[in-house]
Write a protein that binds this ligand. Structure first.
Ligand SMILES: NC(=O)c1ccc[n+]([C@@H]2O[C@H](COP(=O)([O-])OP(=O)(O)OC[C@H]3O[C@@H](n4cnc5c(N)ncnc54)[C@H](OP(=O)(O)O)[C@@H]3O)[C@@H](O)[C@H]2O)c1
Length: 134
């Protein structure tokens, strides 16, 4: 691959369990560059990713930061998306997920992986109250 820049993958939740596994795997493959999105570039997890070779980009928490999100995905060839653990009665997970996906699309990211579960409400018929939205 000499002379050709490796594809850049932007990872949401890169300091978390799923995200840091994705980041470490991509970096170890030596086939990709990694951009880790985080709320805090000083956390031990973010610093560890930086030592592994990831570019660290700070994005504000929560919804309503579309401009910063689009900038965070700028130039990325691919994106790994997930929503952080948000439990009912908080219902912001859906809007945050949509904003992440919209921002990646607006930034021109051509390959997007969105890690998610099936609709638990739907497949359980709402039978498990701990998973139901209120
Ligand atoms: N781990 C599992 O076994 C499992 C199983 C099923 C489903 N899931 C789901 O998969 C998703 C990821 O899980 P995970 O275990 O990888 O999560 P995690 O280890 O808790 O990491 C999530 C990352 O998201 C960021 N984050 C946390 N709260 C946030 C908030 N309110 N706003 C913005 N960013 C926030 C944090 O990064 P910064 O602090 O660096 O910003 C954190 O490192 C979650 O939706 C979870 O419910 C996980």
């Amino acid at each position: 691959m000499s002379g050709i820049e490796k594809p850049l993958i932007a990872i949401v939740g890169a300091t978390g369990k799923q995200g840091r596994s994705v980041a470490a795997t991509l970096l170890q493959s030596q086939r990709f560059r990694v951009r880790a999105l985080t709320r805090n570039q000083h956390s031990p997890e973010a610093r560890h990713l930086e030592r592994l070779g990831a570019q660290i980009v700070v994005v504000p928490p929560g919804s309503g930061h579309q401009r910063q999100l689009v900038a965070a995905f700028d130039d990325a060839d691919g994106a790994f998306l997930m929503t952080p653990p948000i439990e009912p009665p908080d219902t912001t997970e859906f809007s945050l997920g949509r904003e992440l996906a919209d921002a990646a699309v607006e930034a021109g990211v051509r390959h997007i992986v969105f890690s998610t579960l099936e609709n638990v409400d739907k497949i359980s018929g709402g039978a498990n109250p701990s998973y139901s939205r209120h």
